[in-house]
Ligand binder design. Structure first.
Ligand code: TUI
Length: 314
């Protein structure tokens, strides 16, 4: 059995979070992951307060285990959603794509455990001072909005910079990834891409098909010019966006080109004009399974790998 301080901190069985994925991680998926012993997370993405409240209530109707809400700090609705999670007193808030500092007093006052996603040591130090309960260090192997550093170099440097529990994210899709994350100093992992194909994940079937078909070099990043690089599966949309980025068009036109593309992928399954965010481990996601089975399989494998590691020590 694998137990870490993260399990005690949050009252969860396995030290694994399901990453918040825009238009994908809803109350149903979050509840399935929490019922499977991990921490399910609802993505607040660019949605308004009402949507987030409904998803929190849906999750509560499906599980009595703790779950979290991920707040994307670049969202135009971040302020109102920040209020809703405080009112609803969700167990955990994770944040992404920015500095959560201005919301921290509100959430801490509500008794919420705040666990920011960081992509740098500087942000890890800031959120440690601001009262975070733990930190998710996310490397650029992950899907969606990514930082510059890989998981391999980010995680140990974040671990050295904080006394808080650290979760590793980005590039973790099986038990070997969990074991490696622990060796880097993490006491938990966050996984997104593998949960895309969970039975309880309601993303469009075309999205699942694309992840299941992906190989090691199936993803690419775009959006550097706009200051927010995004990793996604290569398709017509990604290639056209990439080309446009290096053309003369204005930043406003480029932003417009990207708008609605996540929705077209996740909800409509539009294989040409949709933006299919996924991490580099898509290449090793080969089967659909219930969320609970994904968690159990990953930790059974991690245990075997960790027990076997001693063979290298003479
Ligand atoms: O946030 C994510 N992943 C996301 S957000 C998203 S929605 C979106 N759509 C279009 C463009 C941009 C986003 C899809 N995927 N992951 C967590 C994450 N946070 N990765 C990197 C960061 C991060 C980056 C900078 C965290 C803090 C940060 O601080 C910068 C600063 O100094 O303010």
């Amino acid at each position: 059995m694998i137990k870490t301080p993260l399990c005690e901190l949050l009252g969860i069985e396995y030290p694994i979070f399901q990453g918040g994925m825009a238009w994908i991680s809803d109350g149903k998926l979050a509840a399935a992951v929490s019922n499977g012993g991990g921490l399910g997370i609802i993505s607040a993405m660019n949605a308004n307060a009402q949507y987030v409240r409904e998803q929190i209530q849906l999750a509560r109707s499906l599980t009595d285990k703790p779950f979290g809400v991920n707040i994307m700090l670049m969202s135009p609705f971040a302020d109102e959603v920040a209020q809703v999670v405080a009112e609803e007193k969700v167990a955990v808030v994770t944040t992404g794509a920015g500095n959560p500092g201005k919301f921290m007093p509100l959430w801490l006052e509500a008794g919420i455990k705040v666990i920011p996603v960081v992509a740098s040591v500087g942000m890890a130090k800031l959120v440690t001072k601001a009262g975070a309960a733990a930190i998710i260090a996310e490397g650029g192997e992950s899907g969606g909005h990514v930082g510059e550093l890989t998981t391999m170099v980010l995680v140990p440097q974040v671990c050295d910079a904080t006394d808080l529990p650290v979760l590793a994210a980005g590039g973790i899709g099986d038990g070997r990834g969990i074991a490696a994350a622990f060796m880097l100093g993490a006491v938990g992992v966050q996984v997104g891409t593998r949960f895309l194909v969970a039975h309880e994940c309601g993303v469009h079937p075309n999205y699942k098909k694309k992840v299941l078909k992906a190989n090691d070099i199936a993803t690419m990043t775009t959006g550097k010019r706009l200051g927010h690089p995004v990793r996604q599966i290569k398709n017509q949309f990604a290639k056209e966006f990439f080309k446009a980025e290096y053309s003369q068009i204005s930043d406003e036109e480029l932003e417009k080109l990207g708008s609605g593309a996540l929705y077209r992928a996740a909800v409509e399954g539009d294989e040409k004009t949709g933006d299919f965010l996924a991490g580099q481990i898509a290449g090793m996601v080969n089967k659909e399974q219930p969320a609970a089975e994904i968690i159990q399989e990953m930790f059974t494998e991690a245990e075997e790998v960790l027990k076997g590691a001693n063979k290298w020590v003479k």
